[in-house]
Design a protein. Structure first.
Length: 294
């Protein structure tokens, strides 16, 4: 069971903590528990309730009507929104509920709904990535059970691999070699890059998680790719990351290397000349133009 502060509820639902407290006092919506040091906290059921309230309010339903609903009526009201054009924020909330409940059916429903409306790539950039970003702070603070994180990450990875598998590979196209640095296990960004490159007609060689640089170098000399692509998401020190970037420059000095990820963006290090930073996946089309690749 997750343990959430009122600020966690605010962060995930978009409803101000002050408003949540007013609803709690006026409508008895929540019954927060207290720690041994008298700090209030909320559970998974409280989080799901505030997410559903947020969803209904986004569709113009007043709180005075929502508080009069029992659990079944609330469920029916939320379910009844599924056939309408729903806001991206609603989809993010739905994915959060799917994670909390370990509900694969709900996850697939959200993904299928958005895929049919906006396509798979936009589903990733406009729904899945905002969801991952929104709950990332809770993973770091251990508010969310690691099992919930592993559950939802596995489903996203699985979806990416299935959609990538539907794309044809061109052996005559320019080739990207994709890998994560040693001890880097967060694979979703690299998988999405692999999908985007394949969707644009490039050939890709995907090495995956935690690949020692000496192994990347061996593969590089075997397949002679045109470009390399890597992502840094975990927490190396600034010095470790700087050393990694210098190693990339040294070992692949004649190659163009694309790099993205939370850590390289956060540290804002000066990149070697043959490395190009990608700050957002939306940039990929302009970066992949012939002028930028040359």
């Amino acid at each position: 069971m997750g343990v959430y502060s009122i600020k966690d509820l605010e962060h995930l639902s978009g409803i101000k903590a002050h408003t949540i407290r007013i609803w709690e006092q006026r409508h008895n919506l929540f019954t927060p528990q207290r720690t041994d040091t008298n700090i209030r906290f909320y559970n998974d059921e409280d989080l799901k309730l505030i997410l559903n309230i947020s969803l209904l309010k986004n569709h113009g339903i007043k709180i005075s009507k929502i508080v009069g609903m029992n659990a079944e009526q609330l469920h029916d009201a939320v379910t009844g929104l599924s056939d309408s054009q729903r806001l991206n924020e609603d989809q993010v909330n739905a994915l959060t509920v799917a994670m909390l409940d370990l509900n694969e059916e709900l996850f697939n429903s959200v993904m299928s709904f958005n895929h049919s409306k906006i396509g798979f790539e936009k589903t990733m950039t406009d729904v899945v990535y905002p969801f991952l970003k929104k709950i990332g702070i809770l993973w770091v603070s251990s508010s969310i059970n690691p099992a919930q994180e592993h559950f939802i990450s596995h489903l996203v990875r699985q979806k990416l691999m299935v959609e990538t598998g539907k794309l044809q590979v061109s052996k005559t196209a320019e080739t990207f070699l994709l890998f994560l640095p040693e001890n880097e296990l967060h694979e979703i960004g690299l998988l999405f890059a692999n999908y985007m490159l394949r969707a644009r007609g490039y050939n890709t060689i995907y090495l995956g998680q935690s690949v020692p640089l000496k192994d990347v170098e061996e593969v590089f000399h075997t397949v002679d790719p045109d470009y390399l692509f890597t992502v840094t998401t975990s927490k190396p020190t600034q010095g470790d990351l700087a050393d990694f970037l210098l190693d990339l420059e040294k070992k692949f000095k004649k190659s163009k290397i694309f790099i993205t990820g939370k850590q390289v963006l956060a540290w804002k290090l000066k990149l070697p000349k043959n490395l190009q930073l990608i700050t957002h996946f939306d940039e990929l089309d302009s970066i992949l133009s012939p002028a930028h690749l040359s």
